[in-house]
Design a protein around this ligand. Structure first.
Ligand SMILES: *[C@@H]1O[C@H](CO)[C@@H](O)[C@H](O)[C@H]1NC(C)=O
Ligand SMILES: *[C@@H]1O[C@H](CO)[C@@H](O)[C@H](O)[C@H]1NC(C)=O
Ligand SMILES: *[C@@H]1O[C@H](CO)[C@@H](O)[C@H](O)[C@H]1NC(C)=O
Ligand SMILES: *[C@@H]1O[C@H](CO)[C@@H](O)[C@H](O)[C@H]1NC(C)=O
Length: 208
């Protein structure tokens, strides 16, 4: 069901000691597309939207389905140490992992640019970070909101594009799991964190 490729694993903890980072707004809602490119013209585009609240430590995702997979919804309530993932009337309940704020390492500043038409512009900084696995590039709008993130490895490229970002949470009910997640038959997952959540969280460096 969760045929979503690994999102950019920022591994913030990896860089924490060595690289300065900026942290995004504490409450936001945003759409993002995850584009993956693999050899032989294989790849996919998956659209998500996310509600993120660092104050109450809750994150909700909606994964828009396509011909390859159904819609998936997820709520991770880090404060309660609970995560809920549901799709097609089945809810997977498990524990959340440690909450990490949405922060971006400010590696080597490789480009300053702007989007839009002057003077109606948004200023961007692009940072580059490399490790033995490959390269990450982060394009961050000032003061600190993600616009584009790229992960490049041998034979693999992943691009995350953010759009329609708004500050605050319009409707808190986005963090309330549906009734099916509280039924006895809801699957209690043995796994510490489901693959989908792992992948989604990995994007913001929430997984070491
Ligand atoms: C996704 O967006 C829709 C409408 O655009 C909204 O109703 C829904 O709450 C959002 N979901 C999340 C998890 O942000
Ligand atoms: C969440 O619960 C699991 C299982 O009880 C536990 O191992 C883990 O340490 C808890 N995590 C946090 C952040 O409390
Ligand atoms: C993004 O915002 C525009 C302008 O408000 C809106 O028309 C469009 O439907 C939004 N896109 C999505 C995917 O919600
Ligand atoms: C919030 O969303 C819920 C579920 O979609 C809806 O029932 C409720 O009326 C909404 N509240 C507001 C203030 O829009």
């Amino acid at each position: 069901m969760y045929t979503v490729f690994l999102l950019v694993a920022v591994g913030a903890s990896l860089f924490l000691g060595t690289v300065q980072q900026c942290c995004g707004p504490s409450k936001l809602q945003t759409y993002f597309d995850v584009l993956t490119f693999l050899p032989g013209g294989r790849g996919s585009t998956v659209t998500y939207n996310m509600s993120y609240d660092a104050v109450t430590k809750r994150v909700a995702y909606h994964v828009f389905g396509n011909s390859m997979q159904e819609d998936v919804d997820a709520i991770i309530d880090y404060r309660a140490n609970m995560s809920y993932v549901w799709s097609e009337g089945v809810c997977d309940v498990s524990h959340a992992n440690q909450f990490h704020e949405m922060c971006f390492p400010e590696g080597k500043l490789v480009r300053k640019s702007f989007m839009g038409v002057f003077p109606d512009i948004i200023k961007l900084n692009t940072y580059l970070i490399s490790d033995d696995q490959g390269r990450y590039s982060f394009t961050i709008a000032k003061p600190c909101t993600p616009v584009e993130m790229e992960r490049q490895q041998t034979d693999f490229l992943m691009l995350n594009r953010f759009y329609n970002m708004t500050l605050g949470i319009k409707n808190e009910s986005v963090f309330t799991p549906p009734k099916i997640c509280f039924k006895k038959e809801s699957r209690i997952s043995k796994t510490y964190e489901t693959p989908l959540l792992y992948r989604a969280a990995a994007m913001f460096g929430q997984v070491p």
